[in-house]
Write a protein that binds this ligand. Structure first.
Ligand SMILES: N[C@@H](CCC[C@H](N)C(=O)O)C(=O)O
Length: 312
């Protein structure tokens, strides 16, 4: 039921995916109202909302050489510092909009150079891996190539934390049981994404993933980058690998300039969030500048990072 006197307008959105890692994309450029943690949680509900693994919010750039800023929300209402698959989706949209074959997006972790390859795949330089325990972050000093956790996983940061286990058979891993336990392991003060990796050959790995703030997903771009870095550091693979995920394959190349990921980006549908849904999602109201605010001002709404234990 809509609150009396609340004037909400439908909010356009797109549904996209990269290898089945699915996203709602909201364009909040040009002073359009901002996403709030409450909206992200309501919209992320696959029964009462639209459902997504992440919500990508596109914002105006603050540098002339960049196309846009992008904020990634998890369905728990927290903000993630990186999302490789959603970065490709946003890059595809903005390349189609501008006609360019290359552009720079900025996320919480910094600039991300994106380009469309001749084979149609979208390539993103995800930046250098974070290998310093304080920055991943870990709660205390530890060997990042053999953490003091059963199974001796690796820790790698890609703008978000990842805990990578090497296993003999990725299909046999009890992801739904182990994922949530490792996500909240005390060694990871901001929680962590969890990857289980089976090395198939020096150029190919199989990976299954449990995402922080989202659960089991069909693919994770930053996780594939982290897994490739962890495997190469252990000498199990070269620096160029194909990563086989439940939703398909990503190509990862750990170069001097950064970890470069290539994969598809698909548009599924476009829609509009109804005023009725927005009123229910926003409950007692939204802050100025946010979707559902009665007098949008363009002010930035801020969500707590998923790592800070969820959003307000
Ligand atoms: N699906 C993403 C990663 C999403 C972020 C993650 N859940 C987090 O909280 O860090 C990807 O493709 O990288």
């Amino acid at each position: 039921m809509m609150r009396p006197g609340l004037d909400l307008r439908p909010v356009p959105f797109r549904k996209m995916h990269g290898l089945g890692n699915d996203f709602v994309v909201i364009d909040a450029r040009a002073g359009a109202p901002r996403v709030t943690p409450a909206l992200a949680r309501a919209l992320g509900d696959r029964h009462f909302g639209v459902g997504f693994d992440q919500l990508a919010e596109i914002l105006d750039p603050d540098r002339p050489d960049e196309a846009a800023r992008v904020v990634f929300w998890n369905p728990d209402g927290g903000v993630a510092g990186a999302c490789g698959n959603a970065t490709r989706c946003v890059a595809r949209l903005l390349m189609e909009e501008s006609g360019a074959d290359a552009l720079i997006l900025r996320s919480e972790r910094g600039p991300l150079a994106c380009r469309r390859r001749p084979d149609g795949l979208i390539e993103v330089d995800m930046g250098a891996p974070v290998l310093d325990w304080t920055a991943i972050p870990l709660a205390r000093p530890a060997d990042i190539d053999a953490l003091p956790i059963e199974g001796a996983p690796s820790a790698v940061g890609m703008g978000n934390p990842h805990c990578v286990f090497f296993v003999d058979d990725a299909e046999a891993v009890a992801l739904e049981r182990l994922g949530p336990a490792v996500e909240r392991h005390p060694l990871f003060p901001e929680r962590t994404n969890v990857e289980f990796v089976q090395v198939l050959s020096p150029g190919r790995i199989r990976m299954r993933v449990w995402e922080r703030g989202a659960g089991v997903t069909l693919a994770c771009g930053s996780g594939a980058c982290a897994a490739a870095v962890a495997a190469a550091r252990r000498g199990l693979t070269g620096r160029r690998v194909e990563v086989l995920l439940d939703g398909g394959a990503l190509q990862i190349d750990w170069r001097d300039e950064g970890v470069v990921m290539a994969g598809p980006a698909a548009l599924v549908f476009e829609g509009r969030l109804s005023p009725e849904f927005l009123a229910g999602a926003l409950g007692a109201g939204a802050p100025a500048g946010a979707i559902g605010a009665e007098a949008p001002s363009g002010a930035l709404g801020a969500g707590a990072p998923s790592g800070a234990g969820g959003a307000a």
